[in-house]
Design a protein around this ligand. Structure first.
Ligand SMILES: Cc1cc2nc3c(=O)[nH]c(=O)nc-3n(C[C@H](O)[C@H](O)[C@H](O)COP(=O)(O)OP(=O)(O)OC[C@H]3O[C@@H](n4cnc5c(N)ncnc54)[C@H](O)[C@@H]3O)c2cc1C
Length: 1010
């Protein structure tokens, strides 16, 4: 008996022989597509430009637009030696005769798309399907479309699926199974469904909500499929949707109505590390259900996305990082499927001859007939392999996407990426002619060699850290990872934390002055804005005497704290970061109750607080050492920093832990002593920071916690002669008052007061005429309505070019109507309550003003009757001089301003008192460069939301009336808290000078540390 490996090799060789009779035209050297592929494979940078151009092309309306983009994308490439004559000629031609080359380009790209898209609609696709029928190839049809952003769009999608199903059933009524054997397992009509197209508000943290919305949309389709004898397959999309897709599949097909229906299938992605566990679980489920079901095994189409996303968020990467690992796992899962053939019908979705040959050989070994499983391949790809498999007597089904070019763009770009991937089988076989023996090697053997150091790893190592980041100088800075709420264990931890926090409602919090707990005769209650009769906690309220005691304590503690080594101070911050991490869920849950933050945003707030601690500790290690200014013989000059003195930190409630912790930690690590005054609305969270620093070992008096009215104790301390520094984040009104008041020198004052002042914004996002609306709509909604619009970075003015105004508005209003408003204890809620009654009334007043000034285009309905809920609201017809376009509202209210062109858009965007954040959605490289240069904002975001700054990555802060120009979470932030000092010593004695002077020396501390 031959070994499995030699059986695979023999079968593989046979497939190759058949394939070589008809080489794949996709990889030949002629034509537009082939040239594009050749160029892409030659130059990685050019490939990105090419694919970006292909991506924007269908949305361009005129020849002039097409040519402008062509020139913008390839202006650099045009001068490059690398670029081929083909591209150079294209750009030249385009300049001379745009009216010819524009349509030619569009036609070429349409033709290219037609290679991968089987038809524009159900009628159109029939031509392809009939042709395949004569080749004995079956089909599964998939609907391409734009990303759905609203429930109107999902309804349209569901209707299109039904329509497609009806059409296919009608047209193929007389068709029979190509193999004529075991045909009951393989209905002719086979529809592939993407669940993300059926519910626009899927939140990975809330599977139950997703299933509750998806199941009713699916049932009519399933019923109809069953009636017409069709098969329904659930495609698998990104990892975030995986658990929901599996849960939905198991839930629906366990229902009485569908539990005995065998024609349901789902996809397993072998590139996922947890795919084997999921598949075993599915098989168990299938056995318990007692009816056959199907699994399409694939490697997975979102590898680049998953690796990038997990790196951005600091998550464990869910996919294998080396290609042979995915290949090997594909084979493991192939065996698992075939071994359970009694309950599960397998479809192997691959173009890789090794993967295919392995499935064939293993099935043969188990004695499974060829007609009991199938191979599935994509339309427009690997034609010769399909033909070979048919010739060998196997069952072959083609995956046929149906749709228009514009919505099909992301699919097309995925295919282009796949075909040009360095790792891909098709490129290796058909473009690079890698020998068959190499292509048929056992992936395990390749891995084994790789592990023994013979082969380098196929991908760069990805950081998989999930613990508190390192802060040591030299090591790259790592942000604290966000909690991945797609994982059920994290959902459970959060729910448990919410339950625990509820039990603590009503707790009482004292002031902390000089390490002592101080009670006063006044208690301030902090309530849950979702349900204002619930008291989250009560805090003692300070008055002038307590403020005076706190200033005195901080002043007294300063002398010792300033002489504490910076290393000790850095370690204090790092211990605080560890405690924050340990109490992460508890603190996030408290934010949900005290300020109404949705889960993910509460978690991001705690993550940011951790980042501030670790980032500032790291910065202080760089700044803390005394540094030689210049190397001159005979003289040493060292620059170093002293703390300023007593810092008053006044923080807002909207990032109740992060902003407070950021300002406090910066002041502490630089050697200042601190009086922290959190916002009254988030005082319990502020008290938690005090607890954390106490546990971390902050000495008495170095950090003091005062709760009280800003207008009373805040004002008193701002004017106090012993307060040297004020770090403030909050409203413009208070900020400007502090700025002015701190400018007056008081009797006995030692220092000129330093004010670090962050205020509001009236942030604008411009949507260009070529913007990708799938992204622009979702990100605008999130930026405007996320956390009820109560972020200083939130979007409040959407500036839309008139050219695509109607399309933007149609999708924007639909998307706004689909946003979930409600109790933020539910993880999928996007819009919760605003912070308190005063905010509630003020925002409603602004809505009234908007109704008088402009047109109310949208206002959400079904708002919870209790709590401070404001319906997300959109005004159109807004002019730049209207109050709703100029004044900060700090609530879920969006003004849409229509403009003629980009000139006007920039003028409007810059025409406010503020300059905090700003955004631009565009696919024009030249327009993007222009906006990068001209938009007046401290943080400019291109093609992404304008909120969500990350410490170290996006140093945050604005100018004009948005702030004093300091950047929290940036390299130079700590300098605001420090006084620079230089010590110069003449070290020459009788003309004798040391030859070398050290670049750094120890701190100037007296008495020196031993
Ligand atoms: C009929 C059909 C239906 C499909 N349906 C789905 C679906 O529902 N969901 C879905 O996600 N995909 C789906 N795919 C796409 C599939 O997942 C693969 O992307 C594609 O088929 C390429 O895999 P291959 O075996 O053909 O080629 P190969 O060239 O052998 O494999 C390429 C694949 O290897 C993996 N890979 C690449 N680089 C690395 C690396 N460095 N480390 C680890 N792994 C790596 C990736 O998954 C990549 O797509 C489907 C494919 C087919 C043919």
């Amino acid at each position: 008996m031959r070994s499995l490996q030699s059986e695979i090799e023999q079968r593989g060789q046979h497939i190759f022989e058949l394939v070589d009779k008809h080489p794949d035209s996709l990889f030949s050297k002629a034509g537009f597509y082939q040239r594009l592929m050749t160029l892409s494979m030659r130059d990685e940078q050019l490939k990105h430009q090419l694919f970006r151009f292909v991506d924007v092309l269908p949305s361009l309306r005129t020849s002039g637009e097409i040519i402008r983009h062509l020139q913008e994308y390839f202006a650099e490439a045009h001068d490059s030696q690398k670029v081929s004559e083909f591209l150079r000629a294209g750009v030249r031609l385009a300049r001379v005769v745009p009216w010819i080359s524009g349509p030619i380009l569009r036609w070429n790209v349409s033709e290219m798309a037609r290679q991968f898209i089987a038809g524009r609609n159900s009628n159109d696709v029939m031509r392809t399907l009939r042709k395949r029928r004569t080749q004995k190839i079956g089909f599964t049809v998939d609907l391409l479309g734009e990303a759905v952003v609203s429930e109107t769009e999902t309804d349209e999608y569901a209707a299109r699926y039904l329509d497609l199903l009806e059409g296919l059933a009608r047209e193929t009524k007389e068709w029979t199974d190509p193999l004529g054997k075991n045909s009951e397992l393989f209905p002719v009509v086979n529809l592939s469904v993407k669940i993300s197209a059926l519910y626009s508000q899927i939140n990975p943290a809330e599977p139950a909500d997703a299933i509750a919305h998806l199941a009713p949309k699916l049932r009519p389709l399933l019923r109809r499929a069953r009636n017409v004898g069709a098969f329904i397959n659930f495609d698998m999309e990104s990892y975030a949707h995986k658990n929901i897709t599996l849960e939905l599949f198991k839930t629906v097909f366990t229902e009485e109505e569908f539990r005995d229906w065998p024609h349901a299938g789902i996809v397993t992605q072998a590139y996922l590390r947890d795919s084997e566990a999921d598949l075993r679980d599915l098989i168990e489920w299938g056995r318990a259900r007692g009816k056959r079901f199907a699994v399409r095994l694939v490697k997975g189409a979102y590898w680049d996305y998953e690796t990038a996303k997990s790196r951005q968020n600091g998550w464990d990467c869910p996919v294998y990082l080396q290609k042979p690992e995915s290949d090997a796992n594909f084979e493991t899962l192939t065996r698992l499927l075939l071994e359970n053939e009694a309950i599960v019908t397998s479809a192997f979705g691959s173009h890789n001859v090794r993967s295919i040959a392995h499935a064939q050989a293993f099935a043969e070994e188990l004695g499974i007939d060829r007609s009991r499983f199938e191979f599935q391949l994509l339309y427009g790809m690997a034609g010769p392999i399909k033909r070979a498999l048919v010739d060998m007597g196997y069952r072959v089904r083609e995956y046929c996407p149906v749709g228009e070019l514009l919505p099909g763009m992301s699919y097309l770009v995925r295919r282009l990426l796949e075909n040009t991937s360095n790792e891909g089988f098709l490129r290796a076989k058909f473009s690079e002619n890698v020998p068959a023996a190499e292509l048929l090697r056992d992936p395990r053997e390749i891995l084994h060699r790789s592990r023994n150091g013979v082969l380098p790893p196929s991908t760069p190592t990805i950081n998989m850290t999930t613990t508190t980041p390192k802060t040591q100088a030299g090591a790259p800075y790592e942000n604290a990872p966000l909690t991945n709420f797609a994982l059920p264990e994290n959902q459970e931890k959060m729910r448990a934390a919410l339950r625990e926090q509820r039990k603590l409602f009503g707790r009482k919090i004292p002031l902390t002055i000089n390490g002592e707990k101080v009670w006063t005769d006044k208690l301030f209650s902090s309530v849950n804005p979702t349900q204002p009769d619930q008291i989250v906690g009560c805090a003692a309220e300070a008055d002038i005497p307590e403020a005076e005691r706190a200033v005195a304590a901080a002043r007294a503690a300063f002398e010792k704290w300033r002489r504490t080594s910076f290393e000790e101070r850095c370690q204090l911050l790092e211990r605080a970061a560890q405690i924050l991490e340990r109490r992460r869920f508890e603190l996030s849950a408290l934010e949900v109750f005290e300020v109404g933050k949705p889960w993910t945003q509460a978690d991001a707030d705690i993550a940011e607080a951790i980042d501030f601690c670790t980032f500032y500790a790291r910065l202080m290690r760089q700044l803390g050492r005394s540094r030689l200014t210049q190397n001159v013989p005979g003289e040493e000059s060292y620059q170093h920093y002293w703390p300023r003195g007593v810092a008053l930190v006044i923080a807002p409630w909207n990032f109740p832990m992060a902003i407070l912790c950021g300002m406090v930690s910066a002041a502490l690590v630089t050697g200042n002593t601190v009086i922290m005054k959190p916002s009254e609305q988030s005082v319990i969270i502020g008290a938690m920071l005090m607890e954390i620093y106490e546990e971390a070992g902050v000495p008495p008096g170095v950090l003091n916690f005062l709760n009280g009215k800003g207008s009373v104790i805040g004002a008193y301390m701002v004017d106090h002669k012993d307060v040297d520094l004020i770090a403030f984040t909050g409203s413009r009104e208070v900020g400007l008052w502090i700025w002015e008041s701190a400018g007056k020198t008081r009797e006995g004052q030692r220092e000129l007061k330093r004010v670090i002042c962050e205020m509001g914004g009236k942030n604008a996002m411009i949507v260009d005429s070529d913007a990708d609306l799938d992204e622009a709509i979702v990100d605008s909604i999130y930026s405007a309505f996320g956390f009820q619009g109560q972020k200083c970075s939130a979007l409040s003015r959407l500036i839309v070019l008139e050219e695509n105004y109607d399309r933007v508005m149609e999708r924007l209003l639909g998307a706004a109507a689909s946003v979930r408003v409600g109790n933020p204890e539910e993880p999928g809620i996007v819009v919760g309550p605003v912070i308190d009654e005063a905010a509630y009334r003020r925002i409603l007043d602004y809505i009234d003003i908007g109704k008088r000034e402009a047109t109310l285009a949208f206002q959400a309905k079904n708002i919870p009757p209790q709590g401070y809920f404001i319906p997300p609201t959109i005004f159109t017809g807004v002019k730049p001089n209207m109050r709703i376009a100029r004044e900060e509202i700090f609530g879920p209210v969006l003004s849409v301003i229509k403009v003629r062109d980009l000139d006007e858009a920039i003028e409007v965007a810059n025409g406010t008192d503020y300059a905090l954040t700003g955004g631009f959605f565009s696919r024009s490289p030249a327009n993007i460069e222009r906006v990068k240069a001209q938009l007046e904002a401290g943080n400019v975001y291109i093609n992404r939301p304008c909120t969500g700054a990350i410490v170290g990555r996006h140093p945050f802060g604005g100018f004009k009336m948005s702030g004093g120009g300091s950047k929290a979470g940036g390299e130079d932030y700590l300098l605001n808290f420090l006084i620079p000092r230089v010590v110069t010593e003449n070290v020459t004695r009788h003309g004798l000078a040391p030859e070398k002077t050290r670049e750094y020396r120890d701190e100037f501390l007296w008495p020196p540390k031993r």
